[in-house]
Design a protein around this ligand. Structure first.
Ligand code: PMT
Length: 408
């Protein structure tokens, strides 16, 4: 992958924070410069304790930004100048502190402010003592950053400067260089596609304080939306009520009920190239939603009736109105997985059904992993259990292949 001058014409900002691995950033800066990049270095005060700005100046050929309030004509408003027009911001090494600040929007020094001001992709390269790395606060901050669409490299395992052995090491130069290359040369194979994804549960009100719903967390649909966005698509995410952060750059359409989801999906359908229905839609809603809280009926009555009526089947309606769109549905089954899923493929006129056996502990609702079989009219592919983010990539790989087959 590595060729000479592969970053000619790119501006890459390298943020260096105060960890022992700060000296390794010098290698990254030197390599980026040799590959033709315009390299702007920003250093925190902590970083300057470990490595001198003069060294980075010499390696990058640019004045290093070290101070938010520098009175320098060239570095006009340093935290803005540092990332203005940047194609990539790499924070290497990234301490627990800088990731905590980025996760919480704190901008109390030149680098944390630059992170907030950056509009380019950001790659965090964590390196720290392994107890600090494994600490729940650090893990949660990294998770927040990833959910917001930032890229956070996994630290490597090995011996650390403090004498301990564990996860937290700065990556080998080749690994870091590969990660930087991937940021520029990742597949854009969904560029130009307009994609609508539904995610999460719907809620069907019973009265002002109660509703019928299901255990969908939205993780599968949100992972599909983030992956499609990263691969260049224009993504609209119609989402039921979930507890997830919106993927960066995706158009969000929040809904609550199945009828609202139906309207949101159908009204945008004509302009879409691909629709994926990962939402768990309630099949029924309460016929007459009580306007006041339903009172307990006294000790003598031990049951009450709720009359339910059928909700619109959104996937079926999309299947019936289908023009050029490629339509993907899910099937959440607890028995006869493949037979029921194949039936849904034909009944609902979908192009692909993704069957998940939701009785399995590592699949389906409200877990981070899923195990699915992709079913089309003529083909079937069973995938092993994997993280929903990895699965989202596999699903897109296969949708693209199927669309190409269809257009031949
Ligand atoms: O959200 P997570 O916690 O990550 O969980 C993911 C998931 C299990 C919810 C997801 O992988 C999944 O399987 N989603 C579909 C769940 C479902 O409602 O399946 P179903 O077999 O009941 O419906 C089949 C298809 O018809 C689905 O694409 C569904 O969105 C669609 N449908 C169903 C009913 C309805 N009224 N309208 C619909 O469009």
């Amino acid at each position: 992958m590595e060729t000479m001058m592969q970053f000619r014409g790119k501006k890459i900002t390298v943020g260096i924070t105060g960890g022992i691995a700060a000296y390794k950033a010098a290698d990254l800066v030197s390599w980026l410069y040799q590959q033709g990049a315009e390299v702007q270095v920003i250093m925190t005060k902590g970083a300057q304790e470990f490595i001198s700005p003069l060294l980075l100046h010499s390696l990058s050929g640019q004045v290093v930004i070290t101070d938010m309030f520098a009175n320098d004509d060239k570095l006009h408003i340093p935290h803005i100048y540092g990332v203005d027009g940047a194609d990539l911001l790499v924070i290497a090494p990234a301490t627990a502190n800088i990731m905590a600040k980025a996760a919480h929007g704190i901008a109390d020094d030149v680098l944390s402010a630059a992170i907030l001001a950056a509009t380019c992709p950001i790659l965090f390269v964590p390196a720290m003592n392994f107890h600090m790395y494994e600490n729940i606060a650090t893990q949660e901050n990294m998770e927040v950053l990833r959910r917001r669409g930032y890229h956070v490299l996994e630290a490597e395992e090995g011996r650390m400067a403090c004498g301990t052995v564990g996860k937290g090491r700065f990556p080998e130069a080749a690994v870091l260089r590969g990660a930087v290359c991937q940021m520029f040369f990742s597949q854009q194979d969904l560029a130009g596609k307009k994609i609508l994804i539904t995610a999460g549960p719907t809620r069907e009100n019973i009265d002002p304080v109660r509703y019928l719903s299901n255990y969908s967390s939205g993780k599968m649909g949100y992972a599909l939306a983030a992956a499609a966005k990263n691969r260049g698509a224009d993504v609209t995410l119609v989402t039921g009520p979930v507890n997830l952060l919106p993927p960066q750059g995706v158009t969000m359409v929040p809904v609550v009920t199945a009828v609202e989801m139906y309207e949101a999906a159908l009204s945008r359908y004509a302009e879409m190239d691909i629709v994926v229905k990962a939402a768990a839609v309630a099949d029924y809603r309460v016929e007459a939603v009580a306007t006041q809280k339903i009172k307990k009926q006294g000790e003598t009555k031990d049951s009450i009736q709720l009359n339910l009526v059928t909700n619109p089947d959104i996937l079926r309606a999309l299947g019936e109105a289908k023009g050029q769109q490629y339509l993907v549905g899910f099937a959440a089954e607890t028995e006869n997985l493949l037979d029921n899923a194949k039936k849904k493929l034909l009944d609902k006129k979908a192009d692909m059904i993704i069957a998940n056996d939701v009785s399995q502990p590592e699949a389906g609702f409200n877990v981070d992993t899923n195990a699915v079989t992709l079913i089309t009219k003529d083909d079937m592919l069973t995938l092993p259990s994997m993280d929903k983010k990895a699965l989202a990539e596999k699903i897109w790989d296969n949708v693209i292949i199927e669309i190409q087959k269809k257009s031949k």
